[in-house]
Write a protein that binds this ligand. Structure first.
Ligand code: AMP
Length: 175
C-alpha cells in the first residue's frame, strides 16, 4: 500500500510557496485510511497507552480511530475558546504570528500514558505546544504519531529531543 499516492498536494495553499499536503483524499480512500490508522497503532498495541490526544482538526479524525483500536480514551487539543471546562492554554509561534491551543485540565490523570496524534509535522511548533500542554496536565507522553513528516523543517527532531519518540508514515522533501 503506497500511502504517498493517497495524499494530494495542492501548491500555493494557503499561501504562495506552501505545498499543502492534503490528507482528505487519504481519509476518503477506505483502504488507505485503514492502512494509515493500523500503521500508527501497530507499534503501540502493548504499550499500555490509556489516552490518545489529537490536535484539532485533522488529529481528531485519526486520533479517534487510533484511540478506539488502542482501547484508550481520546483527549481533544483545541483552538482557543472551544473547550467549555477549565483549561490549560499555550501560545506557540507559527511561521507568521502566534496561535494558541487548549486542553481540559481534568482530561487525564497524573502519569497517564498518552500518545499524541496529528496529520503532519513540519516545524514542530504545534506538536511541541501539545507536548507542553499534556505534560502540564500530568501526562506521560510516550509517543507522537503523524501520517506525514517534513524532515527538512526539523520538527520531528525537536520532539525527539524533548524526549518523545516520533512515528511517521511518509516523508516529503522540502516544505
Ligand atoms: P508545524 O507546527 O510547523 O509542525 O505545523 C504542523 C501543523 O500545521 C499541522 O497541524 C499541519 O496540519 C499543518 N501544516 C503545516 N504545514 C503543512 C503542509 N505543508 N501541508 C499541510 N498541513 C500543514
Amino acid at each position: 500500500m503506497n500511502l504517498i499516492q493517497a495524499i494530494r498536494t495542492i501548491p500555493d495553499y494557503p499561501k504562495k510557496g506552501i505545498m499543502f499536503r492534503d490528507i482528505t483524499t487519504l481519509l476518503g480512500d477506505a483502504e488507505a485510511f485503514r492502512h494509515a490508522v493500523d500503521a500508527l497503532v501497530d507499534p503501540f498495541r502493548n504499550e499500555g497507552i490509556t489516552k490518545v490526544a489529537g490536535i484539532e482538526a485533522r488529529g481528531f479524525i485519526l486520533g479517534g480511530a487510533i484511540a478506539y483500536h488502542l482501547k484508550a480514551g481520546f483527549v481533544p487539543l483545541r483552538k482557543r475558546g472551544k473547550l467549555p471546562g477549565e483549561t490549560y492554554a499555550v501560545e506557540y509561534a507559527l511561521e507568521y504570528g502566534v496561535d494558541s491551543m487548549e486542553m481540559h485540565r481534568d482530561a487525564l490523570i497524573e502519569g497517564e500514558r498518552t500518545m499524541l496524534i496529528d496529520d503532519l509535522i513540519a516545524t514542530g511548533g504545534t506538536a511541541m505546544a501539545a507536548v507542553d500542554l499534556l505534560r502540564r496536565a500530568g501526562a506521560e507522553v510516550v509517543a507522537a504519531g503523524f501520517v506525514i513528516d517534513l524532515p527538512e523543517l526539523g520538527g520531528a527532531q525537536k520532539v525527539i529531543d524533548a524526549g518523545v519518540p516520533v512515528s511517521s508514515l511518509v516523508t516529503f522533501a522540502g516544505h
